[in-house]
Design a protein around this ligand. Structure first.
Ligand code: UDP
Length: 378
């Protein structure tokens, strides 16, 4: 058993199944409160990990922006000004920090409480937590939620990945491969509470598209393909760019797309589960694509561009169809082939590889590796 307290190995309590019980501090994205959708898939990833790690007997504390919601009310809430999202920056953009920076406030909180924890887990795709890594006494596991976007972020993540072995986690190999230091990263996949997604063996005549509504997600491609296929497209997600959504709504005749808002998971899956299929059309390299597994968990086949996380996850022809990136023709053809997919195979894939239990075990392996290396450096 490993603990870094005073530079020596000491006995620590055991959790369920005799495993080492760790004290973990999860530090959320500063982009928005947990449950708001502004942070994208990373919000659900943190909530899922919180549940998985607690069930495995670890002691978990969460720091998150004010008004966050989670499975327990004892979130340490922090106020401040959110950062500019990295995906809105160009490759050579400098790092920007607003006055009253929320990410700075959150990490000041971490600094004050770090001695109470064995490991800090960073969920923010932000320069500051990476930069602070050498100055904090506790090891930090950085779970990176996007691929390579800017030179400044690549540089700081790369420095941490090479200096602190295995502390940089990625969701997929495709995501890791967008960085030049992929061989120093640890691939953790993702996991979901599959009990909250209900399997539906029959579908109704509509398609779904789910995600943050922003240019990098290319909702317009899904709308074009749905119109050609003659099926309405139900759209759910946080509107990151209202002008972008408005333009799409004006481009397509009424009835082609129906925007339903940003819904809680239970309501979202209630609509998703009866759909013919989910269209996943990102223009960028999606790090993972939470919505892919959420659809599979409902028995809904997925049509995705052969790019990034979804291409790594989906079993082409078995749990969905992979199509040439940015091809509306490809999407339209795949929509015609949705009936060939056995919806049970979709649910089975989610159960086999993406349950909370499987994810929790993979994450535990990652944490143990970080703690072992960190202890051997003392
Ligand atoms: N989501 C939600 N309600 C909605 C639409 C989306 O809770 O109405 C969540 C969805 O469950 C997923 C996230 O938004 O966890 C989108 O994550 P994804 O990984 O697909 O993309 P990201 O936004 O991180 O690029």
């Amino acid at each position: 058993m490993i603990d870094c307290e005073n530079g020596c190995l000491v006995d620590k309590p055991l959790g369920v199944a005799g495993q080492l019980s760790l004290r973990l501090l999860l530090v959320s994205t500063p982009l928005g409160p947990l449950g708001s959708g502004r942070g994208g898939g990373v919000e659900l990833t943190l909530l899922n990990l919180w549940t998985a790690l607690t069930e495995q007997g670890h002691q978990v504390q969460v720091i998150a922006p004010r008004h966050s919601q989670g499975p327990r009310p004892d979130i340490i809430e922090v106020e401040g000004c959110p950062p500019v999202p990295a995906q809105t920056q160009s490759r050579t953009s400098p790092i920007l920090l607003p006055a009253h920076s929320l990410v700075a406030q959150m990490w000041e909180q971490v600094n004050g409480m770090q001695s109470e924890y064995d490991l800090i887990v960073n969920f923010a795709y932000d320069w500051l937590p990476f930069y602070l890594t050498p100055f904090l006494q506790r090891p930090i596991a950085h779970l990176v939620s996007m691929g390579s976007l800017t030179d400044a972020m690549d540089q700081i993540i790369g420095q941490v990945a090479t200096r602190y072995p295995w502390t940089v986690g990625m969701h997929t190999q495709a995501q890791a491969d967008t960085f030049t230091f992929a061989e120093h990263c640890y691939c953790v996949g993702n996991g979901f509470d599959l009990s909250i997604y209900d399997f539906a063996d029959r579908s109704e005549p509509y398609l779904c598209w789910i995600g943050r509504i922003a240019a990098e997600k290319a909702l317009e491609d899904a709308a074009a393909a749905a119109m050609r296929a003659g099926l309405p497209l139900k759209v759910m997600g946080h509107v990151a760019d209202p002008a972008y959504l408005e333009k799409i709504q004006q481009t397509y005749p009424a009835g082609v797309i129906e925007y339903l808002g940003f819904l809680e998971t239970s309501a979202m899956q209630g609509i998703l589960r009866h759909s013919r299929g989910l269209l996943v059309t990102p223009r960028w390299v999606e790090a993972f694509g939470n919505v892919v597994i959420e659809a599979l968990a409902c028995g809904v086949p997925v049509i995705a561009y052969r790019r990034g996380g979804p291409a790594e996850i989906l079993q082409d022809g078995k749990t969905g169809w992979l199509v040439e990136p940015d091809s509306i023709d490809g999407l339209t053809e795949a929509i015609q082939k949705l009936a060939q997919i056995d919806r049970r195979a979709c649910r089975e894939q989610a159960e086999q590889n993406y349950s909370l239990e499987v994810f929790g075990q993979r994450i535990e392996g990652w944490f143990q590796k970080i703690l072992q290396v960190s202890a051997s450096d003392l």
